[in-house]
Ligand binder design. Sequence first.
Ligand code: SF4
Length: 294
Amino acid sequence: MQNQFYTIGTFLQERFGVRVVKLSIDGGFTCPNRDGSLSWGGCSFCSPHGSGELASSIPDQIRLLSEKWPDSRYLAYFQCHTNTYAPLAVLKEKFEAALSWPGVVGLVVATRPDCLPDEVLDYLEELNQRTFLWVELGLQTIHEGTADRINRCYPLPVYDDAVKNLASRGIRIVTHLIFGLPGETREQMLQSVDYVCDGPIFGIKFHMLNLVRGSALAETVPDYVSFQNMEDYVDLAAEAILRVPPGITIHRITGDVPRKLLISPEWSYQKRTILNSINKRLAEKKKNGGLVGY
Ligand code: SF4
């Protein structure tokens, strides 16, 4: 079923005129929430790979993807852990090497908002002037009580400052939220959507909390389930999309965890089914006049 919202895929197709695919890269970084600088355990939902389960080498990914889509271009997506948490010289070496591969037309850098010192912001600003770039900020929630429960280890004003600093340099921002964090109500999740969409963001990504093997949450609450059934999540995701202004790109609305690592929700690996169900729900709302701007 056709997407009923403004996907990043559509944006990239319009911008580059060809299919643009993200290469998932493990740059070998760690995270201040894991190396003892802030904490040892990491955010409670975070897998030991720091969301990098799908990462592999750049040439391997380009070779496989070019067999399937010969004309495609690529964004080097530094996805694992905190990808600005290293000396500037290290960042430069890794980012420039990724950009030098044929077909790579830009960079995506996932990080924490408290890991963007001025010298890194200056470098990102310079990068942004010569290549296509966005920075992903893992916020997950605007609510401090939830942030404490998941051991995020920074307060909301730190996110606000990072957004202000990136936006003032003209750098695109994508904010990452997670629905179904421990103790959060549906209303609180939607408040997070409203809050981040009120800022100068380029994109948003959200998904249900996936309980993964090896995470702190799986150790402490092994039977945790973020959404008891797919329908509950589909309904929330459709409501969240309705609140995203039409100009903001939507990057992800389902989880992306390898099945062997997934504990719950057990239906979460059915990405195509979830996506179709959300689109169907949105199409119904559109038909009923509830979907303004799409
Ligand atoms: S989610 Fe991000 S900030 Fe939290 S522990 Fe994992 S890599 Fe670090």
